[in-house]
Design a protein around this ligand. Sequence first.
Ligand code: SAM
Length: 281
Amino acid sequence: MGTPVPAGPVTAGEQVLLVDSKDRRYLLTLRAGAIFHTHAGSVAHDDVIGLEEGDWVAGTTGRRYLMVRPTLADVVLKMPRGAQVIYPKDLGAILLAADIGPGQRVLEAGVGSGALSMALLRAGASVVGYELREDFAARARANVTALLGPDADYRVESRDVTEGIDELGLDRVLLDMPEPWRVVEHAAGALRPGGILLAYLPTINQTAELRRVLDAAPFGLAVTTEVLQRTWHIEARSVRPDHRMVAHTGFLTWARRLHRRDPVAEVSAESSPDATADPSA
Ligand SMILES: C[S@@+](CC[C@H](N)C(=O)[O-])C[C@H]1O[C@@H](n2cnc3c(N)ncnc32)[C@H](O)[C@@H]1O
């Protein structure tokens, strides 16, 4: 089940976020005796340990920082990365689209920097990750441990998901890798009926290929969507959308594992005339 979110004064070993007056954000893990260096002086970790969230700490040059525990979105945007992470706006949508909940058995590939892994684990899922690159797998494990501790229900294997999935009776298969259509057959074998396959893809060409392969497999109720998020500038009488936004990240496609394909549709597809045949013949 999910890890409880800590409250009260921050302690050594915890991650905290320091925010300066220009909204520059720094993520650090508190260690007794350590010093955090920025381009504008340094902050002693010991001056932060024991503070309540929402308190202020001064650096050596007098610069002040607001200190809070980071949200999951803060961590995703600030943590060390091996591969490109899925952005918070998409992570939230994925949790709902794939209907992630406590105790669900999830296979995730590729794992990359572990951003999606963190969101799944925080929602209470039990996650097995397949990741092609050992250095990315190690990065994801380290990021997950930094956020959730060493007891997270998380195992990452260094392997190619297109070569097969060993787990059986899975509730969910989540894919963030370039050719998810090469995993559809394996996912059909690994998911329980009613389970959900979800893929995150940067281009619509890839998405169309995935949909074509899903249509020919025991999957149904397929949906493709993208999430647009526009932030607003709100200051005194200047209230308007921000000038810049992240216009595109990726497309989400998800579908349900059917017990079997629609037998009536299969029969009518077999008996219908070929679309290219002369109907008068
Ligand atoms: C964009 S990153 C995933 C980022 C991750 N979802 C996150 O939020 O941090 C894509 C990852 O897929 C991995 N990958 C690509 N093909 C793969 C395959 N066939 N099997 C397993 N992992 C694969 C890559 O090594 C890379 O780490």
